[in-house]
Design a protein around this ligand. Sequence first.
Ligand code: A4P
Ligand code: MG
Length: 142
Amino acid sequence: MGEINSSKKTLCYIGLGSNVGNRYEHILQALELLQDTDGVKMLRVSALEETKPVGPPQPDYLNGVAAIETTLAPLDLLDRLQAIEKQLGREHIEKWGPRTIDLDILYYGDETITHPRLTVPHPEIAQREFVQRELKQAGYHG
Ligand code: A4P
Ligand code: MG
């Protein structure tokens, strides 16, 4: 018998990063657009902190993590995050390169996802101390 899964709520953690232009403003706008999304409830946001770039030489980042509850399926959430990135004027130039806004799904409940478009948990969490710190501030306890 079919279950109605469309209303299933999942606790997710979203990583936010910006290192071009008004970084604070980009992150605030991304949070507002995320909060205004149907099927997304904003629960908590970490402090925003300045971090040294990982990857090629580029300006410092402002990073943070948001905890959300969502009824969106993982790829629908990714679509929405990418639409927000686009709306905020992000152009994809190089991997790990500078960006107005980068939105990553760090965790989607306790799911492990291996898909051409989506790897969850985000593979860089273990290497990025600032992400781990911000996750805790956003309420993640492992
Ligand atoms: N994708 C796969 N898994 C995910 C996921 N969990 N969340 C795919 C979001 N997207 C995911 O991403 C490329 C593709 O990854 C997407 O099309 C999506 O289908 P992208 O954002 O266009 O490219 P990217 O960000 O350059 O690559 P990637 O692998 O997402 O890198 P990261 O880990 O996001 O690193 N230094 C500091 N200090 N702070 C930062 O925030 N961020 C990066 C980007 C590099 N250096 C940084 C920071
Ligand atoms: Mg990314």
